[in-house]
Design a protein around this ligand. Sequence first.
Ligand code: HAX
Length: 441
Amino acid sequence: MQELKVRFKEKADQVSAEIKGILKEHGNRKIGEVTLSQIYQGMRGMTGLVSETSLLDANEGIRFRGYSIPELQEKLPKAKGGSEPLPEGLFYLMLMGELPSEEDVHEITSILQRRSHVPNYVFDTIESLPLHTHPMTQFVVGIMALQTESAFSKRYAAGMNKKDYWDAAFEDSLDLLARLPRIAAYIYRRKYKNGDHIQPNGLLDWAGNFAHMMGYEDESFKELMRLYMTIHADHEGGNVSAHTTHLVGSALSDPFLSFAAGMNGLAGPLHGLANQEVIKWIMEMQKELGTETPTKEQIAEYVQKTLSNGKVVPGYGHAVLRKTDPRFTAQMEFGKKHMPDAPLVNVVWNIYDVVPPILQSLGKVKNPWPNVDAHSGALLVHYGMEEYEFYTVLFGVSRAMGVLASLCWDRALALPIERPKSVTTESVKMWLEGKDEIWGE
Ligand code: HAX
């Protein structure tokens, strides 16, 4: 086995050097409409998907059906006495393409309340996992256990007409959205609060009830959850969680299977898991430096050390964005309003001053600015939620709104199974030598 690995590594190093050379010389050559570099480098800048619910501008950031985050904060209905948007309103906007009235939002809240029952076997399935299982794994297992409830699967097995796919996907999507906060809160209380579970409160809104079931009754934490659930919901179609949900759904896998697949992608450290990595990284820095409030000079040194250890600075950079993420700014505004003196929040703001010029100086990082994940953990820690391994589950509950609204549209528009063409490096070499054609050229 060891020898096999050594031989594999030798081959991989050889091919990777070859690819580097090919891209240096021929990276701009086109196969069809796209360059060789795009094919090898994560399909960056390649338009290949339709996703109706939101659109990302590299400089301005995300717009949901044309509305920016500050516009949503102004225009979407709020909870009584609150100032942050109700995420149910964003779900309505993404699904319907128009702003909801107060009544529309109340209707979504009550639909989600009515459908929120989670069968006991789902909790039993989660209970069968060791307690140390990562919360994202528990979350995906919970979603998969719930898949037995899929109307889409049952109706497909019974011979559903393709005209009705959207209807079954719609039913499943609302069921999932209704139940996810209960499953997520169950995992939180199981892992961190000795299994002391809290029953749902049928009078609360979706995010408020989620906060309540996790054990956070502070009104400003509920406001944070409303904002958090709103800003994490969607980021157009090409990010890993959205794209995966869409791709798996295109095989007519039901919304439970598709969303669980998307959540496995969200659990990666270059995507949603970055929110836990940020707080872990800051806490490790504080421990190593022996201070809760490192100076900017100390932070700069720690950043350099992170880079020289071959690691990324979590919470910074983006595949599409080229400016500070407006989702970071919205959280910064929340911090200034509710907790301007919170130590960890101030560390995050100091990091924001220090990191961009360092990343810029590397000359290869395309976006040195913070993304959504650079800020979220510090706000949660302020309210006592220090269990950072749970943070990506919060992200996942929110992301469900965007990717499931999109999935309803995928089936309503009868989008086909997704199947792009791939190449091998051997076939590229033959093509470059003029010995072979490449399909799509
Ligand atoms: N720290 C150090 N190096 C970084 C970096 C960072 N934050 N961001 C990019 N780079 C490096 C890349 O690793 C790459 O280096 P190599 O050429 O040596 O491989 C180089 O800069 C060019 O990368 P890029 O084109 O700027 O970035 P990509 O589009 O390839 O990747 C990532 C985008 C978000 C994955 C990347 O910026 C990153 O790893 N950031 C840190 C992790 C993170 O915060 N992820 C969350 C992103 C937002 C999100 O999805 N949230 O859920």
